[in-house]
Ligand binder design. Structure first.
Ligand code: HEM
Ligand code: HEM
Length: 187
């Protein structure tokens, strides 16, 4: 077990795993959409949107944690390039945690049928569209709908790569370097 100062705080650990789990489930939910019976498709997309907005809220909390806490120092055995790579990957993952839900929300706000299909957050209450995007004139809005959908899809592709690198990096440190790497992010 690493010493207390060599691991993330309980808050950081809860946020890390909650966000990781929700993002993974949200991606699986939407990528399988073509296999659902017709009556499941709309509820699945609505759940995808609600889960994504929840992630956005959790990421804001996580950034507040990050701005007010110093993460535990990396083990001295990690080389300079490895440290740089890990920090760079974490930085891009933070960007994607914001870009994925935000581009989804923007894409959805540019949807021509948004006004007649209000978004309900898990069926509990209405979640607003981004007004200045919904207000763009129809032809231009359709273009933005396509562009923002492309940004959302491509952010997903970049996320798959970073996610794989991140997990492989953690496993390499754990099993090849013999460091208590995973324990840094486990309760
Ligand atoms: C099975 C999946 C995952 C494993 C095993 C894992 C493991 C870890 C570990 C061990 C750390 C501590 C790194 C260190 O400081 O030494 C960490 C940090 C981090 N993880 Fe993950 N992670 C996973 C999924 C994710 C996902 C899906 C995301 C992004 C949504 C993510 C984003 C981050 C970020 C940004 C940090 C750096 C935290 C900071 O210093 O502020 N992780 N992860
Ligand atoms: C955790 C955050 C999110 C992740 C990781 C994510 C990921 C994805 C992925 C991978 C796709 C499939 C893209 C494709 O195959 O072309 C997708 C589609 C979509 N996402 Fe998201 N998304 C997130 C949040 C959101 C949010 C917040 C909204 C809207 C409020 C949203 C709206 C959509 C819509 C409308 C689609 C297209 C669904 C369809 O027509 O099949 N997403 N998302």
């Amino acid at each position: 077990m690493p010493k207390q100062e060599n691991r993330y705080t309980r808050t950081a650990i809860v946020l890390h795993w909650a966000i990781a789990l929700l993002m993974a489930l949200n991606i699986a939910l939407i990528l399988l959409v073509n296999y659902y019976p017709d009556e499941w498709v709309r509820p699945a997309i609505d759940t995808h949107k609600s889960t994504g907005i929840t992630v956005l809220g959790l990421v804001i909390l996580r950034l507040l944690w990050r701005a007010t806490h110093r993460p535990p120092a990396m083990p001295g055995s990690y080389g300079r390039i490895e440290r740089f790579g890990a920090h760079a990957a974490h930085g891009v993952l933070y960007l994607l945690m914001i870009l994925l839900p935000l581009s989804g929300w923007m894409h959805d706000s540019a949807w021509k049928d948004a006004a007649t299909h209000p978004m309900q957050l898990f069926g509990l209450f209405e979640w607003p569209r981004i007004g200045w995007i919904s207000g763009i004139e129809p032809v231009l809005k359709e273009t933005w709908h396509t562009v923002l959908g492309g940004v959302h899809t491509w952010a997903g592709y970049v996320f798959y790569v970073l996610f794989a690198l991140h997990v492989l990096g953690a496993l390499k440190h754990q099993f090849f370097d013999g460091e208590a790497e995973l324990q840094r992010m486990l309760p």
